[in-house]
Design a protein around this ligand. Sequence first.
Ligand code: HEC
Ligand code: HEC
Length: 174
Amino acid sequence: MAQATDIAGLAATCHSCHGIDGASVGPSMPSIGGQNENYLKQVMLEQKHDKRYSSIMGRLLRTYSDEEIALMAQYFAAKPWVPAAVESEMRMVNRGRQLAQKTCQRCHGATGERIVEGTPRLAGQWPGYLAIESTKYTDPTFNRNKPSERMAERVCNLAAEDIQAVVHFLGTRK
Ligand code: HEC
Ligand code: HEC
């Protein structure tokens, strides 16, 4: 079992992309500090074992043991969640709010704040990243390990502009 100090050392290699303590500063890079621990762990294990599509993470995580991944999930989940620095646009927010109530609220809460076992916090996540992830569900050719079939049913029919509005609304919540 690795020591706590080792985990901080391992986690330091994540800062270059995910920001200090997992608070991302890039629009398409997800914040992981303060995210749901179960979600972080599940995603990383799936990426490592090729059960979830990723461009970078799968390769990177192959050098960590499953136990180290679980400890890093715990480490980042305990950091404060820093909402994305995105200016909200009233028109997009209003349209996104309606869409979110209709299509996302049941599972993610009215503002994306709701966390249940295995679901990520969406409120305050970078809209650019939320858009990339949500768009995977609308692409019929993207069948490589779709993360949630339950979610796919609801999201797959949304138009590109609807996705932009809904992720703008969710990403600009605090
Ligand atoms: C070279 C840049 C880079 C580094 C370094 C990096 N990541 Fe990532 N991370 C990404 C990218 C890009 C994604 C989006 C998935 C993908 O395409 O790989 C991602 C996604 C994730 C996700 C999924 C987040 C979500 O909300 O779905 C987690 C969790 C994660 N990374 C954890 C880590 C941890 C822990 C480390 C350090 C061990 C780390 N990352 C290091 C680039 C990086
Ligand atoms: C039926 C329940 C359900 C509904 C409705 C739903 N989701 Fe999800 N969503 C989930 C679950 C479960 C996950 C976690 C799945 C996973 O990534 O492992 C998730 C994950 C996500 C993720 C993260 C995906 C990733 O790989 O990082 C995003 C982004 C997301 N949902 C956006 C939305 C948006 C936007 C809506 C509304 C348009 C929506 N969801 C509606 C259940 C739902």
